[in-house]
Design a protein around this ligand. Structure first.
Ligand code: GLU
Length: 468
């Protein structure tokens, strides 16, 4: 029986959930779901000075918005410190680690001398092979006994074999002189204890892998599979930074990208499946694999994001779209839809969601729904409402009063009316848009009439016809 796949996302709670972190979380999520495994969430809060509960909250909120549900409890790394200490002591007992009594000054002197003599400045502790009987009653740190010969090979699923010469690794500290465990120990112990089989994370952690592997080796634990993914770059090919625009996922939510579009786009940012650009969550889960992760950094491209986002808006079920729209309005502090607007939105979603790449674009099209009577008419639209066109609207209303309220009948009514007036329907469209929506860029006049219904349509046309 094969071991079930377990992945994890292990953010440090020092800020919001940024795009890079969200993508790491997504890859781990997709990989776990693909293999019917578990996706764990561990908050790496050992750095007490930099970790804040607000950042943890922001990360959880970002993941919830992204729809990345984790399995099991959220683990606090800090809370597991006693276990990390226990492992360090087990390594001491097994002779895989040792107590080092070197003082800061001694370490500095060692480095200065090594530098002056042109040798590696990596600290080589004289306590590594010291007889415990010679140990002083003084503060010490616990160091791992790192291999000095040969090389450590990280068999990375993305980077291939990465070889690090062991003489470039020092005997890293596991427990500080105050007895607290270091971060590197915590990561290895937590990953092992929670049964993590695949460590998928940014390639800024590649060097850490060699150090973490030493802990696995010392404890005789089976290694996880490592997959270090290239960081995301900006359109200019430089590492993504504030300079390139928004970095936090919450900012993308506030710009009005639907979470499904964001998932799709982020999945494509560094991973590919043939030439598929647009796909559903189910497809992403079915297809996701480590082989599809590219070795070179992906570039963030707003045009592609817009494109993918628009396709998700266009294809998402209306109810889900409305639900996400509610979330967008709430997140950006805009007023929630009234019951009336909600039902009009639901009725009109079929035409609103075409060609809207973001929620603000969708809301822009929905202006005729959001605006209630008396409809405010903008300057451009007002030009369509002169005395003549007002008169025409006045004459049109009785015809609509009796028309059957479906697309064909409305079109026929409007065309017949235009013909009787010796003109084309196109001539009526401007004044009607102005009357119904107060603006000149709107969904089609018939869509607006169908969505608004007879009473509201007639009321708006009458308002405009009578307007001064
Ligand atoms: N806490 C680390 C970070 O936020 C990730 C560590 C890991 O994935 O092993 O960059």
């Amino acid at each position: 029986m094969s071991v079930p796949v377990v992945t994890r996302f292990a953010p440090s709670p020092t800020g919001y959930l940024h795009i890079g972190g969200a993508r790491t979380a997504l890859f781990n999520y997709l990989f776990a779901r693909r293999h019917g495994g578990s996706f764990l969430l561990r908050i790496e809060d050992t750095d007490r000075a930099r970790s804040t509960p607000e950042a943890t909250e922001a990360i959880l909120e970002g993941m919830a918005w992204m729809g990345l549900a984790h399995d099991g409890e959220v683990v606090s790394q800090f809370a597991r410190a006693p276990r990390h200490v226990e492992v360090a002591h087990a390594m001491l007992a097994a002779g895989a680690a040792y107590k080092c009594f070197a003082t800061q000054e001694e370490i500095q002197t060692f480095r200065d001398t090594a530098k002056a003599e042109g040798r590696s400045t990596l600290f080589r502790s004289p306590w590594r092979d010291a007889d415990p009987a010679s140990h002083p009653d003084a503060p010490f740190v616990v160091r791992i006994k790192a291999p000095r010969e040969g090389a450590t090979v990280i068999r990375d699923a993305v980077q291939g074999d990465v070889t690090i010469r062991n003489d470039q690794l020092d005997d890293m500290v596991l427990l500080r002189s105050d007895g607290t465990p270091v971060y590197m120990l915590a990561v290895a112990v937590d990953d092992h204890d929670s049964g993590v089989t695949h460590v998928i994370r940014g390639d800024d952690h590649l060097n850490n892998a060699a150090r973490q592997m030493m802990i696995y080796a010392a404890m005789g634990w089976p290694l996880p599979i490592y997959a270090h993914i290239p960081l995301i770059h900006g359109p200019d090919g430089k590492k993504l930074s504030k300079r390139h625009g928004a970095l936090g996922v919450a900012e993308y939510r506030d710009m009005g990208y639907p979470a499904a579009g964001m998932r799709n786009y982020l999945a494509r940012l560094g991973w590919s499946h043939g030439d598929a650009e647009f796909f559903t969550d189910a497809q992403a889960i079915e297809w996701f694999d480590l082989e599809g992760i590219g070795k070179s950094p992906a570039r963030f491209d707003f045009k592609k994001l817009d494109n993918v986002s628009g396709q998700h808006i266009a294809t998402m079920p209306d109810a889900a779209l409305l639900h996400e729209l509610d979330g967008f309005l709430a997140a950006t502090g805009m007023p929630a839809l009234t019951q009336g607007q909600r039902s009009l939105m639901a009725a009109g979603m079929y035409c609103l969601k075409e060609r809207a790449r973001t929620f603000p674009e969708l809301l822009d099209k929905a202006q005729f729904i959001v605006n209630s009577r008396p409809v405010e008419i903008d300057e451009k639209a007002a030009k369509h409402l002169d005395d003549v066109s007002r008169g025409i609207l006045n004459e049109l209303t009785p015809h609509l009063q009796t028309a059957t309220w479906d697309r064909n009948s409305l079109e026929a009514t409007a065309n017949d009316f235009a013909e009787a007036k010796g003109t084309k329907f196109g001539k009526l469209a401007g004044p009607m848009r102005a009357a119904l929506a107060g603006r000149s860029a709107t969904p089609s006049v018939f869509d607006m009439m169908l969505v608004l219904g007879r009473d509201e349509t007639l009321a708006r046309l009458t308002d405009a016809a009578n307007g001064g």
